[in-house]
Design a protein around this ligand. Structure first.
Ligand SMILES: O=P(O)(O)OC[C@H]1O[C@H](O[C@H]2O[C@H](CO)[C@@H](O)[C@H](O)[C@H]2O)[C@H](O)[C@@H](O)[C@@H]1O
Length: 365
């Protein structure tokens, strides 16, 4: 814990934390210094949360102690983890240093990205061939060639890329594709008049973004002029609430479309409504599938890391926790409910963590 606090002191600036104590004037008139009773500022709440979810950078050496002789496998989410959250979903590019660190990690350890986006879109951002990709919240996996016969084999095919590299494609929501395509068209048509709304095709899922949609009722003032009997103008202001409640209208459209497709449901992410087939398959199942196909089913000889920032990543954290395996690491700059055991503040901490991991792999090889 001392290490965690020192780390955070460094991040916040020593001065800010030292100004925490308060000067009070007791009845006797003598000046006395007291510590505040509990965390009150956002920074203090974060420091307190770090006690339960220690920073994975500060704890790195401790975390790597059980790694000797074990196979490390690295799982990562994309948005908010490998790239910071940005205003335009089409411009969530990964930086070159992040790509290079990820490449170094992927050359040393099996590495997979599990994202809510379509697999192709994530690949277009990442552009690394040594990484496995799972798009659509794990419903479209490009994984290693099968070493074990998998119980869901009706959904998988073996394939080769143009360089002759073998891989397996696993798509457990195949039969939902025609409905998804219809829903996508409907959503695009019905939301086109809502300013700022953006419907994203994630192949087996659909994201309806509202980051740029007005969420509040607009209040505006109308000024009336009346000509009085004496021939002078009287000015009156009237405050009106606008009828345009864009966010609510958008949400209603989503619910209305969903009501025609009972085999789908909606989950929520960061300023996004995500429409998904109602099958028992999430990022946690994708993680287990990849561990199995990599040859680590029931193996205690594996040390998986999962780094993610979103609610959907909690499914993967829970799997690691339930199996008592490896390290679920949440990327968050604010305290939050999570099943992760460690934390990183933001995607630049993720970059540092990947650099540490690649170096560790190099020196302990
Ligand atoms: O599982 P992920 O890789 O984290 O994908 C979840 C969603 O990420 C993207 O949206 C989020 O990031 C955007 C870019 O930073 C941001 O503009 C948006 O507000 C966020 O919700 C992606 O566009 C979605 O399709 C994914 O479902």
């Amino acid at each position: 814990m001392v290490k965690q606090s020192i780390w955070w002191l460094y991040r916040m600036g020593l001065k800010k934390l030292l100004s925490k104590s308060q000067i009070v004037q007791p009845i006797s008139g003598k000046i006395q210094e007291v510590e505040p009773s509990g965390p009150d500022t956002e920074d203090e709440k974060y420091i307190s949360w770090l006690k339960e979810h220690p920073c994975a950078l500060a704890s790195f050496h401790q975390m790597m102690k059980p790694a000797k002789g074990k196979q490390i496998v690295v799982f990562l989410d994309y948005d908010g983890t490998l790239s910071p959250i940005v205003n335009d979903p089409n411009r969530a590019f990964m930086t070159d240093p992040m790509r290079s660190a990820l490449n170094d990690v992927a050359r040393r350890f099996p590495t997979a990205i599990i994202s809510g986006r379509s697999r192709d879109k994530v690949y277009a951002f990442v552009k690394l061939d040594d990484v496995y990709y799972a798009g659509s919240h794990g419903m479209d996996i490009m994984g290693p060639p099968l070493q074990v016969k998998y119980h869901h084999d009706k959904y998988q095919i073996n394939a080769q890329d143009e360089k002759g590299k073998e891989f397996t494609i696993f798509q457990p929501a195949q039969e939902y594709l025609p409905s998804i395509e219809k829903m996508l068209k409907e959503l695009k048509t019905r939301t086109c008049n809502i300013t700022g709304a953006f419907v994203e095709d994630n192949r087996f899922c659909i994201s309806v973004h509202y980051r740029h949609v007005l969420e509040e009722v607009l209040k505006h003032t109308i000024t009336w002029y009346f000509l009085s009997e004496k021939g002078i103008y009287i000015r009156l202001h009237e405050v009106r609430s606008s009828n345009i409640q864009d966010y609510e209208a958008l949400e209603q459209i989503v619910w209305s479309v969903l009501s025609d497709y009972p085999c789908f449901h909606m989950t929520r992410g960061k300023k996004v409504m995500e429409i998904r087939p109602s099958i028992k398959w999430n990022k946690g199942d994708a993680l287990e599938y990849l561990l199995d196909t990599l040859g680590f089913s029931n193996s205690s000889n594996v040390l998986p890391f999962y780094l993610g920032d979103d609610k959907t990543d909690e499914d993967a954290f829970k799997v690691l926790k339930r199996r008592g395996l490896g390290y679920p690491i949440v990327v968050s700059s604010v305290p939050r409910e999570t099943s992760a055991s460690y934390s990183l503040h933001d995607s630049s901490d993720v970059l540092s963590f990947l650099i540490h991991l690649a170096r560790w792999g190099e020196t302990s090889a």
